[in-house]
Design a protein around this ligand. Structure first.
Ligand SMILES: *C/C=C(C)/C=C/C=C(C)/C=C/C1=C(C)CCCC1(C)C
Length: 245
């Protein structure tokens, strides 16, 4: 029974299992978004195809991880922290690549991309330490992670990335601005989840909220929304052709 239950039974979902529900819906949404990005890719001018491809890869990688996280939660009823961070360590750097790809038209250098990727890895590895390894010092690791996060925000809002976006102007500038808001507001959802799910002096601030529900909402907004901004940019900048499919 115990062996076969893993293969042949679908675990029940309680009507009040909000965490399980958001994993389930999140998984579906990521799959649908991936199909959308992949299938629309070839409608665009060549120079935008890689950007749309990356949007699809981000949601596809998330879909695969959500598939596992959904199962992990259903069987163990605990946070799939490991899968969560593996997902992020793959998808967040890809979002940094996305910034670079968009700004490439204005002459962005690879060093901008690598700086953002490096900072995002610091942000996530220190977050993992606080959440999974050194939970007693979760606030300290969260703080280091938060500093890396703010440097990313600074670079894209005020630093070299901003200057490139201004040089590019038009649809690129407005897409860049929207993505900046995603990083400032959309990404700020994650530290809230972290504070809801780790011990520390902030305990109780978000005690009514579940960490995984917050992370799942954040992922849906940021991964799918981010991809749609890029899609929209490609539509505005190159026009969508229904002939080329
Ligand atoms: C698709 C996944 C995304 C966009 C994940 C983003 C994750 C973050 C911005 C996480 C940030 C964190 C902090 C700023 C401090 C506390 C620890 C983290 C890792 C939750």
């Amino acid at each position: 029974m115990s062996l076969f239950s893993n293969f042949s039974l679908v675990t029940k979902m309680a009507t009040d299992d909000y965490v399980g529900f958001t994993f389930f819906v999140g998984c579906m949404a990521m799959m649908a978004a991936s199909a959308f990005f992949f299938l629309s890719m070839n409608h665009f001018d060549k120079k935008w195809r890689v950007s749309i491809l990356v949007s699809g890869l981000i949601t596809f990688i998330a879909a695969v991880h959500y598939w596992y996280m959904r199962d992990y939660w259903a069987v163990n009823m605990e946070s799939p922290t490991f899968f969560r961070y593996v997902d992020w360590i793959l998808t967040v750097p890809l979002m940094c690549v996305e910034f670079f790809l968009i700004l490439r038209v204005a002459g962005a250098k690879k060093s901008l991309m690598w700086n953002l990727i490096f900072l995002s890895v610091i942000m996530l590895v220190t977050g993992y330490f606080g959440e999974a390894v050194f939970r007693d010092q979760a606030w300290l690791w969260g703080l280091i992670s938060g500093i890396a996060y703010f440097i990313i925000v600074y670079i894209i809002w005020f630093g070299s990335a901003k200057k490139l976006a201004e040089n590019a102007g038009g649809a690129v500038l407005s897409a860049h601005k929207t993505l900046c808001w995603f990083v400032l507001v959309g990404w700020a959802i994650y530290p809230l989840g972290y504070m809801a799910g780790t011990p520390g002096w902030y305990e109780g601030w978000f005690s009514g909220l579940n960490m995984d529900v917050i992370y799942n909402i954040g992922d849906a907004i940021n991964k799918i929304g981010f991809g749609l901004v890029v899609y929209n940019l490609a539509v505005n900048a190159s026009g969508y052709s229904s002939e080329k499919a």
